[in-house]
Design a protein around this ligand. Sequence first.
Ligand SMILES: C[S@@+](CC[C@H](N)C(=O)[O-])C[C@H]1O[C@@H](n2cnc3c(N)ncnc32)[C@H](O)[C@@H]1O
Length: 424
Amino acid sequence: MTEPTASSPELTEGDIVELTVGEVAHGGIFVARHDSGRVVFVSDALPGERVRAEISEVKKRFARAETLEVLDASSERLEHVWPEADVSRAPDDRPGGAEFGHTSVAFGRELKRRVLADALARFGGVEPEFEVSSLGNDDETRGTGWRTRVTLHVDDDGRVGPFAARSHRVVDVRSLPLAFPDIDELAQQIIAKGHRGPGRIDFVAPADFEVRMRARVKGASTRKPELLRERVGEREFAVSEDGFWQVHRLAAVTLYDAVQDAIDRSRFDVSAQHFDLFGGVGLLGAAVAELAGKDARVESVEDAKEATELALTNLAEWGGATAKTGRVDRYLHGLLDSGADALAAARAGTVVLDPPRSGAKADVTEPLAELAPAQIVYVACDPVALGRDTGLLRERGYELTRLRSYDLFPNTHHVEAVATFVRA
Ligand SMILES: C[S@@+](CC[C@H](N)C(=O)[O-])C[C@H]1O[C@@H](n2cnc3c(N)ncnc32)[C@H](O)[C@@H]1O
């Protein structure tokens, strides 16, 4: 990385500069060079563009900037799918959550593929061939209307809206194009009226498509969360209104099928003990259990007690399905202390691992590798965390044999990957 030289003036917050934009980086930003040689991470740009930008942060080795004007536009640039997030608005007033809304959904997927490939090569030491698949008709709709869960915030003055990008300031919007249309409609009514605050308002449109709205003012909820029914094909899952469920209306079925496809059948022993780690309400545990048959032995592990209780219900049709509340790292250490029969059954088993954005980390990969299951299907929502954990698993004798990726969050920088690791 080039350091500023004595002849190149230091950048300062608020400076307006011209930048030549290079490759995409993790987090929905782009690596640009200032004429001084300084590396600047710029948002709302595209590779190959020349932009005028405002420096928003200066660190020792790099700076951050927000695009103000596009001087030379990429052929991939489109009008922003969310007018309020367009570069014509002041950077501080642009809502976050649609970092790739100024290009097509297809080119957004290509940007995500590059970020994931780079993270896997750099931190995991692997270079698998893969594409990022789209869901349903997201290409035709330009990735709108998919969000079944939306959170808006209420500030001290009762103003309702999303937060500005990289900030906790509520901004005015007249549309939420990524949201399920009925959520958008209800949210606009609330935005127009304002709400008691400060706090947040959560909107959910579950499988019955009836929108629920629940506010939390000064930390206190206006009502108890409802028990919702979500659906994957013919199968129903009970989920609390405030519990975790995939956000895109097609994400749950996509991941359910993706996990089944990712399981290497030549290593899948139907009578073994399988695991659904970071299991939520048991969505992916059910995907494994369905493959193993009615006596499937699958244990779902999750640290939210309400979710574990629901996982028990959701997995009830399988004779050997169980659900435990606890932290995955502690659970694995406990398992390593169990008897020889339990360890042998687990060693023959398949583990589905679906951690939050921070990834599994060595706390989990170490005891998992010691347990040595036949295969691990890692469902990842963060490319860098997956890259790092790939490196950790490879050091402990696991090999990445298959990778697929899915655009569960069109117009954002987020990308989902499903990776199969087998004992080498
Ligand atoms: C990405 S979600 C996956 C949920 C589920 N697999 C699904 O697809 O619906 C991650 C889950 O891990 C849980 N979690 C986060 N950290 C955990 C930990 N250290 N131990 C156990 N569960 C954890 C969260 O509560 C959340 O339900």
